[in-house]
Write a protein that binds this ligand. Sequence first.
Ligand code: DHE
Length: 510
Amino acid sequence: MTRLIASLSALLLMTAAPLADPTADYAANCQDCHGANRLGGLGPALIPETLGRMRGPDLGVVIRDGRKATQMPGFGEVLSEEQIDSLTDFLKQPLSEVPEWREADIAASRVVNEEYEAVENPVWSSDPMNITLVVETGDHHVSVLDGDTFETLNRFPTPFAVHGGPKFSPDGRFVFIMSRDGWVQKYDLYALQEVGRIRAGLNSRNIAMSADGKWLAVANYLPMTLTILSTEDLGVAAVLDAKGKDGTPSRISAVYQAPPRESFVLALKDVPEIWEVFYGKNPPQFGFAHDWRIEGPVKNEDPFPVRKITTPDYLDDFFFDQSYEYVMGASRSGEGGQVIDLVIGRKTADLDLPGMPHLGSGITWKRGDTTVMATPHLKEGTISIIDMKTWKTVERIETLGPGFFLRSHENTPYVWADVFFGPNKDVMHVIDKESLEIVKTLRPVEGATVAHVEFTKDGRYALVSVWEDDGAVIVYDAATLEEVKRLPMRKPSGKYNVWNKITFSEGTSH
Ligand code: DHE
């Protein structure tokens, strides 16, 4: 009898808590917003390439409780803990097949803002060159700040999970913003209106603007392509497959603009090559070097000829000297790096950079009769200083932990360096550019992550992010290092001043 009762209660329990079937649970609860193929719709893509990069609460917690300030509701009442766990595991699996995402698919995704009206002049009276954008990842918005008064001129929604620096048109009027799901948004800063958006990839890394402002290149992981958009109307100009010289497909880690060369330079994740994609009318004539070649003949009608340079190692994070002849590349293994001369298409030096340098955040300045470059390390509490004539490391500055971003400005004697990782994530070091000494360590909010700095056009003020959901941008006097103002923001990440960006200030990443 007792045994019968036990079996009956077990049966009852099983009926109360249905067996987890993540495919069915996904179809019933998630696919309307996230797409039948998990590649996104109204909601973001639910694939490891995107989810693995997201900071914030665990996936299971988001499924159970929802995501604050978004349309993601909680499913804790609908799904059991077991169902949530198996759904979480299911979403962490890569897609068995990555669908095509070619010109036609990209073009079909384009959304034009029907309400957009172009204006002759800005609808505001601020200095157009001192406009500063703040990407607020807490609720996926961008705030447009007047860089003199720090008033917010507008706050507009972006696609979900913006990553990398927005790119301005050369006149500073339009800005292009990319999300990890491959959406590119065009926004008119004069009209304070979105112009439109397009999905250039399914999982993207970053974007780069051509020197003439005509083209925007989008580096993709999924699929393994470079999408080139016309900035005018977000039309698709080209989709280039990333395949190494021997045909091996590769993810594109990042694309960079090299204005004097009229080219985009690509860092590739899966092949030991650097690519240069030319968009100028007269791409350099090739044929004089030995270890690189053009894929196929360069025809005049080929708008984007590709040059593939073989490198002795996999290099996937770049920094350029101000002339854009030399590219410093960090080794994919995280140990060391190399300097490649883009003119001759060859490695010219090795870099002594252990501890995963984050070259993308590098900055340069004149020190004595040379130019130095500084880079943080993602796995070491150090900032390396490299002489750009000899490529030797001249100093390693010890910090309170590994950092992510560095910033300076031509008009300030200091470099600002965050400590993004570890117990001291709440500090910001201020370093003297001559002595290379830490002159002050700021701790504006005990326990809160403090990261990423941007300067106003004249370098007088430094804007620092308190990278928390109820965060802030703190404005510091860049000379006295005193706090001037605190602007409440939702997990502000990067900040971008129009002037510093369009003039390629040496104190900012390009
Ligand atoms: Fe970034 C810029 C790569 C993780 C915030 N990040 C960049 C750029 C690259 C890059 C190649 C330069 C693009 C540009 O601006 O055109 N980032 C990577 C990674 O490989 C890494 C380590 C792992 C990954 O997720 O792919 C990584 N990045 C992060 C984060 O976790 C950060 C802190 C939070 C987030 O938003 O995802 C982050 N990355 C940023 C920001 C910039 C950026 C804010 C722009 C900095 C700037 O000042 O220009």
